[in-house]
Design a protein around this ligand. Sequence first.
Ligand code: GLY
Ligand code: MN
Ligand code: MN
Length: 540
Amino acid sequence: MTYSDTDSPAAPTPDPAAPQSLAQRGDNRSHRPTNQAFRDFIGSGWGPRPDALPARNDAAPWAAARRERLGVLFPGDRLVIPAGGLVTRNNDCDYRFRPHSAFAHLAGTGTDFEPDAALVLEPLGTAGADGSSATDRADDGTDTAAAAPTHEAVLYFRPRASRTSEEFYADTRYGELWVGQRPSLEEVEAATGIRCAHIDSLPDALAKDAGPDGVQLRVVAQADAAVTALVNRVRTAAGLAAGPEAQQVDDALAEATSELRLTKDPWEVDQLQRAVDATRAGFDDLIRSLPRATEHRRGERVLEGAFGARAREEGNGLGYETIAAAGNHANTLHWINNDGAVHPGELVLVDAGVEVDSLYTADVTRTIPVDGRFTAPQRRVYQAVLDAADAAFARAGMPGCRFRDVHTAAMEVIAARLEEWGMLPDGVTAADSLGPDGQFHRRWMVHGTSHHLGLDVHDCAQARREMSMDAQLRPGMVFTIEPGLYFRADDLLVPEELRGIGVRIEDDVVVDPDGGVRRLTQAIPRTADEVEAWVSGLIG
Ligand code: GLY
Ligand code: MN
Ligand code: MN
């Protein structure tokens, strides 16, 4: 969307004889009436709108606490967190809208709220930045909210227009006849507990008191190019550094919104559990579709479709593209073509997660024998990966464990097994391989063992290293443990009987308030015996 300093003039009535620009030609499919009699007619005769305001979102108090924790880091600064706009898929078709995760986290809103919205944390008290930045925080990330709030949140969006407006019937992006009932400012205020204002007032609100001796602006610059451009125009007009010169200022905000999500509050953990439970149901459906998959030339698509249907039924959809990789395809780490056949006797590696309506996602991998039984070589590889996963989980539960230690524990098992199987280079032990000049075992598992999980499948991606990889595990952290072994069919260093086998086991883990770790995925079968029983229980 674009912002202008003045209200847009009413669109002139098109001259049918004037040459059409390319952009206008998309309207040639039909002629929408614009005569006043029609406008009066379509704007009348509708029943009343519901007059009860919606109930407060259950996420609202949690989101308010998150905003307070963010505000404390930037006293005196105006913080702009855009929801993002619609993204074009092709021509005039957009992808389904999904707000930026920082916005969803801080506004406490989920699905479908609201393209082009922006959350602004307006500084309270004496205006004026004090020069503090996110990097002034305590290194353990344990900031607590100030006693007095530092900011007031204001949510800017385009509320629904009246039914007598042209927008109502003619605007394919905002019109209620096109996109369904849209909210009023009062309704969103009731649902979120955040003061709401019309998006058209955003430019003036951003400019108010901005300047070197006044308010400094920070924006999550990646969320919406149009809002970032607006912020930069406001900065330039106010004599503030803008564009690349403001990058550090903006990066500090993006970093802080990412680090704020390193620990999840109890409401978020509950949402993640719901996502995992829906994912379990999706895996059940996928297993039920195995017989049909083996008969279809693109059986992997049958599996993908079975999971995807459940993801849409139970949640917003997929948290990321499903990997349904049969046989040797499991050894292509990001196999999302899913256009291969599924043969009895093979394994199928499925990495899939449901994103629930609050936009939190699960991230689960199970490796399943297509005909319900592991062969001996498949079981050997599977057990090695399972042992690595168990070792990583046990390490995560030890006091003082750092995020990176979880990976180390998994690698110790992987390297030991590869040494046992004679796969490390001549004269190299597992201990040698684990050293910085070795790492030969990583040929067969080039990805990491863990990542944070939340609103993004790879959550907290802008967090500083010392706050993530190098940090100790803390209550509220949610992360994956996902070791694997990938033996490509054409890998001559792999014993012949293991070639073409790829296994990953991925669980989602939470650190509880007492520091213990717990698998959110514990109800999803994991061991080879459990997986066999799972398949036979569902398809005999
Ligand atoms: N599904 C993406 C990942 O496991 O990281
Ligand atoms: Mn993962
Ligand atoms: Mn995954």
